[in-house]
Design a protein around this ligand. Sequence first.
Ligand SMILES: [Zn+2]
Length: 369
Amino acid sequence: MRTVIRDVRLFDGEKTSTDATVLIVDDRVADYDGDLGDIEIDGAGKTLLPGLIDAHTHVFGDDLARALRHGVTTELDMFCLPGHLPAQRALAADRDDVADFRSAGTLATAPGGHPSQLLTAPGIDALDVAPFDIIERPDQAEDFVRARVAEGADYLKIVIDDGAVHGTRLPALGADTATALVTAAHAAGLRVLAHAVTAAEVRIALDAGVDGLAHVWTDEDGALVERVAAQGVFVVSTLVYFAAISDRSAHTPDCARTGTFDGAVRVAQALHRAGVPLLAGTDATPFVPAHGVDLHTELRLLTEVGLTPEQALAAATSLPARHFGLADRGRIAPGLRADLVLVDGDPTTDITATAALAEVWRRGVRQAR
Ligand SMILES: [Zn+2]
């Protein structure tokens, strides 16, 4: 099967060109050979982008299908309950009407630590939450990581969160346990991301040697921004997540959430100015933020913190592919997976155009619109 997209503005994951012709052969982008396609698509007035990658989600039920309907062709899951992981993995491998999926599997958190408090929330019982492995001491780190490798985890996620940003107090992993986990994961060939939402928590994560942060944090600290830059750590933005928890705080005035979103925005601005790679991520769940649609919200928020539209597009395409070692996607080039999004208008100058989806291909399969 050959599909030819003609006369299109092309954002290849890094830079933009005009009047491009792109050939899809089966599941791959190919060198255009000058011939007609079985399907011919007029790209005039449209822009072709790599399929979008959401670098922070939590996948349940039909979330991967929902994501793909909004042009998100890969979701990087940051904690999938063990009872759900095999089914979601099989779905992503076997079907072309859902987003592809990578997962941390079971995250590393202390007994009673974040996100345990969320797993007792109203409505969550429908998700079939079963007990999952937790970790208390550094000497358990090797066994914990071995179990994640057996589970098929693509990277490790560790939680360093004392609950303050959620308006509560929670047990958190100690610095020594965090360090032991990172050491064990790196020995097993896994990247490590930390959930850390205050400057003090991020400092523990950086001391432990993590590769990435799964969120920006919420209280300003210029020296810490410089340290993140110096250590070459990438950061997943999740501004739409902080907007969501700040909204909820309006109904619970006794908690400490007020100003959380503004703080996250200021930290994101500082990280961007310091040259830290910001990857677009939503922290989508079956509740809020929403899979798929809120990645478009996140891209808009990234331009509001100072990224150009092209930089925001890279944050949801080539940048997450590079930092998660996904060499087959995130860019448009011969030989790469044909995960593609065609939109009306020009998102390289107006980021809101990403939501004007005309076509989506997943592994070369054109999605029904
Ligand atoms: Zn999350």
